[in-house]
Every structure is written in C-alpha cells, then in structure tokens.
Design a protein around this ligand. Structure first.
Ligand code: DHB
Ligand code: FE
Length: 278
C-alpha cells in the first residue's frame, strides 16, 4: 500500500509523468506539478480558494470564442506571454524583441505600396509616418520582407470593434524594397484598455490593476528563410509607458517621439530597424 502525505504526494504524482520517449514533455510536466504543489503548500490553499480558482478558469473558458481568447488575455495580464517572449529572444538578443499580439489582429490587411496611407484621408488624430528597414543578424538588408501593421484609431478603438471604421482601417501589409526599406503613412496610436468585460477584467478590477496598455503599433515581420517576429513599438512620452497592463514594453521597442512638418501638418516620424534571425 502506498499512502501519501503533504510532501510525498509530489513525487507520487510527478513520477507518473516520466516519459522516456519525450524527455522534454516529462521535464515540463514534472516541474509543473512540483511548482503547483509547492505553491499550494506555501500559501496553505483552502478548499474555498481552490474552488474559486477552478470557477475562475471555467469562466475564462466560457468567455472564450473564436473571436475572443480570454485564455490569451489571462496569459497576457499574468506576464506569461511576455516572459515567454523575453526568454525566446535571449538566444540572439540583437534580433528584434517580441511583444504580445493582442486580440485585434486581422489577417489579410491590404497589401500596399511604399508611402501608402493606411488610414482614411481625413483620419482624426496626429499624422504619422512609420518607416524603417528590415535586416538580418549580420546587418544585411532583407528585401521582400513583409510587415503586417495594425494599430488603433484616435478614439482608442481598433477597426474590428468599431462600426464607424472599415475593417481595413489602420491596417496594412507592405513589402520591403531592394534596400530592405518600407514606409507607410498613418496616425499616432493611442493608449487603450484591455477588454474588461470578462473574468480577467473582474480579476483586474478586484486588485485595482490598471487595464491600460501603453500606445503602440503592432507589427508582424516575416521573410522567407527567417523566423517571423510579432512585436510592438511604443512611445516614451505615453503616460502608461511604465505601467503597461501586459508587460509588453521592452526598451529596444520604445521610441522618443520625433516630429516633422509634412503636407499633413505636424507629423510623428517613427523610423525603426527590425532585425530577423534565420
Ligand atoms: C491586449 C493587447 C493589445 O494590443 C491591446 O490593444 C489590447 C489588449 C492584450 O494583450 O490583451
Ligand atoms: Fe493593441
């Protein structure tokens, strides 16, 4: 007969995850069991608290649909998404850092030419030019790289949650030219709260956590033969730069805003070099 106590239960269960055919799966699961058990012992978790945790996870599942990923939101606000991003970047730190994709990406944004306007002609907000270059780890230009860019309107809303905007507004895909360069015209993004109408929002409220994300451009950069990167660019003067709700800000992704006068008036110039690894 094998009985378990407050400590021996950990080896009892962890041992059942030994798998000689997949050492990595074993490691991931055994460490998870150990961390879970250590946590339960450390906080001396009660029945009521564990029931509440399971109810919460159930509500996260219930809120999740094809269009709303409450589990991803939970991963984002617990810093798990960002931590995995940061770890992945440590293998070649000179490459562009990753940052959460967030819930507002739409595939199939219009493919546009150099210099194209990706917002409406009369888009409210501060005009912006977003340009830059894509290079490899050796600093060589990558021509034909694809930048998939999206951001919110001056109202704070993304096109896919706002009746008054076309689905394609503030979105565009552009290829780099022979020098690895790209350039689009748009507006400066605005700070934006994460979706708060689900159990993750209730948790944020219960702990008085700020739902605000620092203003950002979203970009997925891809090129044949390279690892695609999902990232964001931020602005140092945003009031939420130090308190981003999903810990998405990395110093290498923060721009000091620079303005120039263009045919659209005072215009933010964001010039960024993206670096992809093989
Ligand atoms: C999240 C990400 C965003 O980019 C955004 O605008 C809102 C929420 C998120 O990670 O939950
Ligand atoms: Fe966003």
């Amino acid at each position: 007969m094998q009985t378990v106590d407050v400590n021996s239960i950990t080896d009892y269960i962890a041992g059942t995850f030994e798998n000689k055919d997949d050492q990595r799966a074993s490691e991931v699961m055994i460490k998870l069991i150990q961390a879970l058990h250590n946590y339960i012992r450390e906080v001396n978790l009660t029945h009521a608290e564990w029931d509440a945790a399971l109810q919460f996870l159930r509500a996260v599942g219930d809120k999740t649909t094809d269009h709303r990923d409450e589990f991803m939101l939970l991963s984002d606000v617990t810093g798990a998404t960002s931590l995995v991003d940061i770890l992945a970047g440590l293998t070649s730190p000179e490459a562009t850092a990753a940052s959460p994709r967030g819930p507002y990406y739409l595939p199939n944004a219009p493919l546009v030419e150099q210099g194209a306007l990706i917002c409406r002609e009369d888009e409210p907000g501060t005009p912006a030019i977003f340009k830059g270059r894509v290079i490899d780890l050796q600093g060589r230009a990558i021509k034909g790289a694809l930048l998939d860019i999206w951001h919110n309107a001056d109202s704070g809303l993304y096109s896919n949650e706002d009746e008054s905007q076309d689905d394609i507004n503030n979105r565009g895909r552009i290829h780099t030219d022979e020098n690895g360069e790209f350039r689009v015209r748009t507006i400066r993004p605005r700070p934006y709260p994460i979706p708060m109408d689900g159990p993750v929002g209730a948790m944020m409220t219960a702990f008085g956590r700020s739902p605000w994300r620092s203003a950002h451009f979203h970009i997925i950069v891809s090129a044949d033969g390279y690892e695609p990167i999902t990232t964001e660019l931020f602005f140092s003067d945003c009031e939420y730069i130090d308190t981003d709700a999903v810990a998405g800000v990395r110093s290498s992704l923060v721009h000091q805003p620079i303005y120039a006068t263009t045919e659209r008036g005072k215009t933010l110039i964001v010039d960024h070099q993206f670096c992809l690894r093989k």
